[in-house]
Design a protein around this ligand. Sequence first.
Ligand code: DQQ
Length: 596
Amino acid sequence: MRALGTVAWAWLLLLQQLAGASHVVYENLEVEATTAAVRPSIVDPLLRTGYHFQPRKNWINDPNAPLYYKGWYHLFYQYNPKGAVWGNIVWGHSVSRDLINWVALQPAIEPSIPSDRYGCWSGSATTLADGTPAIMYTGVNRPDVNYQVQNVAYPRNRSDPLLREWVKPSHNPIIVPGGGINATQFRDPTTAWRAAGDGLWRLLIGSVTEARHGVAYVYRSRDFRRWTRARRPLHSAATGMWECPDFYPVGAPGRRAGVETETSAVSDGDGGSPRRRQQAKYVLKNSLDLRRYDYYTVGTYDRAAERYVPDDPAGDERHLRYDYGNFYASKTFYDPVKQRRVLWGWANESDTAADDVAKGWAGIQAIPRTVWLDPSGKQLLQWPIEEVEALRGRSVALKNRVIKPGQHVEVTGIQTAQADVEVSFEVSSLAGAEALLDPALASDAQRLCGARGAAVEGGVGPFGLWVLASGDREERTAVFFRVFRRGGGGGHDKPVVLMCTDPTKSSLDANLYQPTFAGFVDTDISNGKISLRTLIDRSVVESFGAGGRTCILSRVYPSIAIGSKARLYVFNNGRADVRVSRLTAWEMKKPLMNGA
Ligand code: DQQ
């Protein structure tokens, strides 16, 4: 490795990261990285996120076993206590009263038994009938290959609301691969649920078949100790390995209240009337190892057959995503305090591993999001938990401001490197929307955004925000919408709305990996109205389009627009006028963040 030039070395590390090589151990990185190219601005502490979850230092990846217990929210996470690259994985542990201010505790689960000696990988928590939380997680038990088994851990002291110590019973591992399962691709147990009728516990484990189909195996148990695999998996699709499956019920379309995963409630015989249960919708989410994103389908759970059926038969090909940007290995939990379902997701860096070593930290969690079923019943809506609004400080507003074609307007009066921005746009007319004639682009938001980025003038749009922009706008990250009409539809088809984050100009450093991210927005824009909310946090731009119908998180590393030099603009690069009916931008305070 030493023979590699510094640029080649940096690119190699970057490619490994992008290829999803999350399980690569960088044995000599700390040494090698000192000779690798590190961008001077990357280590600027003002690029370190302020209000997104992160530990004081080092590497984190997947959120694990989020739960609420005796007045405290708990978040565990994949953590390398020894460095800023993946490796030496233990379960970091932090607690919070409000999901915003966090206090770090000692790691909760570390390698200590034969069945987790070489790694304590991802898993979930289940609240048992007597209120005890149980953690199920993947252990790696061989040094040569990543041979995976599932273990359980219980709190040593149930009266400790901070759940500081976890005990691994001697009957671990409790699930081992068998019956043709690929033992190196068998991981990430879900929260367990208990179905009325037989009262058995069920959970899912992600894997891949010989035919390269992603698969969620169902395991059942009466006592949470002896588990047997069901004859058929809950679901499977031709996608490659499924990491970190998540499976949960959602409320009726448009109802924001979450639904608890059936656990203790079922044992009391009140799991809901058969009719109610039959109508309930479920979400199955999988993290695609090959492409490193989280996709989900909405469907029904056939308890008798122990099968999940997506409502949209093409759902496994269409890949509806929680987030069209940098967001992976997510996990939800039901919050009994606010009766909502909350989603956590990991956002990796998009610099190089050598940069991360120089910074001394890598990885954050996205702002927790409340998720619920859209009134259409076809997709989820997501919105930052309301608690984040407690961080809002000074604000400025724009009202009824028309942005003419080619114009931009600066939002002044507050610092915007760490800010929360909400905007309501109104397009004067959709008549000039560009026709979307190329079927390859019409079905691929990512390609469409690549071809028609923020700098390409359009009919209706691009319009939106330039965030983390330098005074001369040479550096800027664009978050925007663009409206198209479908070709050949006689003009009566619903307009197509594209939402895009374009960070290609986010830094003067040309060597950063800064792809555009995009998703279509399933919204009715016939009245010309659409909203955008963007959480800006120094090196994160996390956006929610049309009330959370489409979300995009992007990591960016400006070289000039840092700290007080970061500016915020509204821009319109289309040919139709766009009115900002209202824009409010708040400075965001820094919460307690694990001592970071
Ligand atoms: N990360 C964990 C695995 C999981 C992967 C290891 C997803 O359990 O499959 O750190 O990022």
